[in-house]
Design a protein around this ligand. Structure first.
Ligand code: ATP
Ligand code: MG
Length: 326
């Protein structure tokens, strides 16, 4: 029996948040614990898609690894690596870019949204081509499952397209990976838009109880007093209800009913308590791990060594398939 390979990752642009936890991290740990071979990518080159320089990169990369370890990623079973440290992975980008057209790259709705939120006055070539780079991230280890948030679905379609076209042109080489979405494929932040590291609307996994209370207190709601769970009609309130429900492993409709006429104040109190209780052990573990940064750095270094071995083998296979062995 072959082991399922899983790849997913995050940009080192800030601390991981509750959207990451419920959107993707929890599934990574579940898959790892279920025996899948999991690869977790620190997408450092991708930091440069929407800004000129990768600021405080070292701090953010270390922070990401600490977050992974704190939430249950086990470096004995899961490979944590940074794509800049894996040359053969990056070389896959060249043939992969030849397999997609400019209009296909141009019409990606997630890229359009990211351009709208970008800090740059003009759009870089990396912004358009990074979904093809993600194909290299996923296919270098021939992952078949990608636990991600909803914003990643257009990118996964690009990966599937590239895998399919490569196989058609050069012979069967890559699987067509599937996305794995969670119950919270798009958790909203405190301003009612996608919770994102870079938008100042996130509650970090590692936040203190007081910070969490302050952030939730400032979260956008609406003027209807009775709390209900209606994601389409009341996105901000429903996202808060969902967050509490996820933390409590409860049903959001029932939870909204319990809060009922308590209004936004009661809702925010419930959410704050639920988040702080749920994340207390993870936050304590993270603080303990942060006291020994050398351990987290070693985890990343070892992961990069393993990723390089796999990427070298895949690139060899790709070059052979393309008739480029000299
Ligand atoms: P940035 O603002 O720097 O782009 P981000 O918060 O969007 O940061 P990413 O590193 O781009 O985080 O995304 C990492 C993974 O987390 C992706 O699989 C993405 O789909 C998932 N994810 C990010 N934000 C959310 C969210 N709000 N809800 C669910 N999943 C999310
Ligand atoms: Mg993002």
């Amino acid at each position: 029996m072959t082991t399922t390979r899983v790849l997913t990752g995050d940009r080192p642009t800030g601390p991981l948040h509750l959207g990451h936890y419920f959107g993707s991290l929890q599934n990574r740990v579940r898959l790892q614990d279920g025996g899948a071979e999991v690869f977790v990518l620190v997408a450092d080159y991708q930091v440069l898609t929407d800004r000129d320089t990768a600021e405080r990169l070292d701090e953010h990369v270390l922070g990401l690894v600490l977050d992974y370890l704190a939430i249950g990623i086990d470096p004995g079973r899961t490979t944590v690596f940074a794509h800049s440290a894996v040359p053969a992975l990056n070389q896959l980008l060249l043939p992969f870019l030849s397999l997609v057209s400019v209009p296909e790259l141009n019409r990606n709705p997630t890229v359009k949204d990211e351009i709208a939120h970008s800090r740059q006055s003009s759009v870089s070539g990396l912004m358009f081509s990074y979904p093809a780079h993600q194909a290299a991230d996923i296919l270098f280890c021939k992952a078949t499952l990608v636990p991600v948030g909803k914003d990643q679905l257009p990118h996964l379609e690009v990966t599937r397209l590239i895998a399919r076209r490569f196989n058609e042109r050069y012979g069967p080489t890559f699987p067509e990976p599937e996305a794995m979405l969670s119950r919270a494929p798009l958790l909203l932040g405190t301003d009612g838009t996608k919770m994102s590291k870079s938008r100042g609307n996130a509650i970090a996994i590692r936040a203190t109880s007081d910070e969490t209370a302050r952030l939730i207190k400032g979260a956008k709601t609406d003027s209807v007093r009775t709390i209900s769970y209606d994601p389409a009609g009341r996105p901000e309130v429903s996202s808060l209800v969902l967050l509490a429900a996820l933390c409590l492993d409860a049903d959001p409709v029932a939870l909204a009913g319990e809060i009922g006429d308590g209004g936004a104040a009661a809702l925010k109190k419930s959410v704050t308590e639920a988040v702080n209780e749920r994340f207390a052990p993870i936050r304590a573990r993270r603080a303990a791990l942060a006291a020994d940064p050398a351990f987290a750095r070693a985890v990343l270094r070892d992961g990069c060594v393993r990723a390089r071995e796999i990427a070298d083998a895949t690139l060899e296979e790709v070059r052979t398939a393309m008739g480029m062995r000299y």
